[in-house]
Design a protein. Structure first.
Length: 318
C-alpha cells in the first residue's frame, strides 16, 4: 500500500489528507479519530502480512488485477451512497489516467519489494513518500519549501541511507525498488492534488480501480495462475484492506486535525515489524530501527508544525 492500494490509493490519499485541516461537518473527537485510525492501522498491517504470503503464490500483476476488480465490487455501496454512477462523473479523465498509470507502476514496485525485503524495511522506506511529495510540490506546484521541510527531507534521506547502506557492499534490489515506488507514490500525490478540488474521495478511488483494472488486464492474463481456495481468500482480504483502509483514514480526519491523526500512523512501522516477526519470524536489525526512527522523525518534523488559521474544506469533495 503505501499502498499500499499502501497502500493502495493508500499513499496518495493519505499524504493528501495529511496536508489538510480537519474536515467540516463532524464533531471534533480525538477518541473517535483514534478508533478510525485503529481501523486504518489494522487494515494496513493485515494488507502487508497477507500480501507477503499471496505474492509468494501468484504473480504480482495477477494480485493487483484481482485486487482492483474485487475492490470495485466492494466499493459499490459507497458509490451508491455518494449518488450512484452519476456522482462518479469527472471532467478530468485525462488526469485520472495519468495519475493512475504512475500509481499502478508504484504499486507494482511496492508489491515486488514486498517479496524481496523484510516488511519493516519496506514500510520504513515507504514513509519517505511525504518527503518526496514536499519536494515535488515545491518544484511543480509552486508550494513553499520552508527550512523545516528542507531539514525534514535531509533527515529522511539520512534515514534511507542508514537502511539501504550503499557503503556496506551490494545494495539489495528490493530496497531500491521500494525507494523508487515511494517516489512514484509521491508523483501520484502531486497529480491528484488538483483532482481533490473537483472530485470526491469515492470518485477518485473509483477511477483508480477502473483505470488500473484496464492497465493491468493484459499482463494479469498473460501471467495468470489459477489460485487455490486459500489464496483466493487472501486476495479477498487484500482487496478489502486496500479499498477500505483509506475510508478509515478519511473518517479519522473528520474528527481531528492532521497534526493529531498522522502521527498515529507512525505506529504502523513497529506494528508491522512485530506482525512480521510473529508470522514470518522476520528479525529487525539495528540499522533498520535507526533508519526508521530518522524517517519517522523527519515526518514528524514535517507534519507537527505550528498550526495555521483554520480554513474551510468542503466535505463533499473528500
Amino acid at each position: 500500500m503505501t499502498d499500499p492500494t499502501h497502500t493502495s490509493a493508500r499513499p496518495a490519499i493519505t499524504s493528501r489528507l495529511a496536508s489538510l485541516p480537519t474536515l467540516t461537518g463532524a464533531t471534533p473527537s480525538i477518541s473517535r479519530a483514534a478508533l478510525w485510525m485503529a481501523g486504518w492501522l489494522s487494515l494496513m498491517v493485515v494488507l502487508a502480512i497477507v500480501g507477503r504470503g499471496v505474492t509468494r503464490q501468484l504473480p504480482v500483476f495477477q494480485v493487483m488485477e484481482v485486487r482492483s476488480l474485487l475492490g470495485l465490487v466492494m466499493l459499490a455501496p459507497l458509490v451508491q451512497a455518494a449518488g450512484g454512477m452519476r456522482a462518479m462523473h469527472t471532467a478530468f479523465i485525462g488526469r485520472h489516467v495519468a495519475r493512475n498509470v504512475i500509481h499502478y507502476a508504484a504499486q507494482y514496485g511496492w508489491f515486488v519489494a514486498l517479496t524481496l525485503i523484510p516488511l519493516a524495511q519496506l514500510v520504513s522506506i515507504e514513509f519517505t513518500m511525504p518527503l518526496w511529495t514536499a519536494l515535488l510540490a515545491a518544484a511543480f506546484l509552486a508550494e513553499r519549501l520552508t527550512t523545516r521541510k528542507v531539514l525534514a527531507v535531509f533527515v529522511g534521506l539520512v534515514g534511507v541511507a542508514v537502511i539501504v547502506r550503499p557503503t556496506a557492499g551490494t545494495i539489495a534490489p528490493g530496497k531500491v525498488i521500494a525507494l523508487v515506488a515511494a517516489v512514484g507514490f509521491a508523483v501520484s500525490v502531486v497529480l491528484v492534488k488538483s483532482l481533490t478540488r473537483t472530485d470526491s474521495a469515492v470518485a477518485i478511488i473509483f477511477w483508480m480501480l477502473i483505470v488500473q483494472s484496464v492497465v493491468g488486464l493484459v499482463p494479469a492474463l498473460w501471467t495468470w495462475q489459477w489460485p487455490s481456495p486459500a489464496t483466493w481468500a487472501g486476495l479477498v482480504v487484500i482487496a478489502f484492506c486496500g479499498t477500505f483502509s483509506h475510508y478509515c483514514m478519511t473518517r479519522a480526519m473528520r474528527h481531528a486535525d492532521a497534526t493529531v491523526v498522522i502521527p498515529m500512523d507512525f505506529l504502523r512501522v513497529p506494528l508491522t515489524a512485530i506482525a512480521a516477526w510473529l508470522v514470518y519470524a522476520e528479525a529487525v536489525d539495528t540499522w533498520t530501527m535507526l533508519g526508521a526512527t530518522l524517517i519517522l522523525g523527519a515526518n514528524a518534523l514535517n507534519v507537527l508544525r505550528r498550526p495555521s488559521a483554520p480554513s474551510t474544506v468542503q466535505t463533499g469533495n473528500r
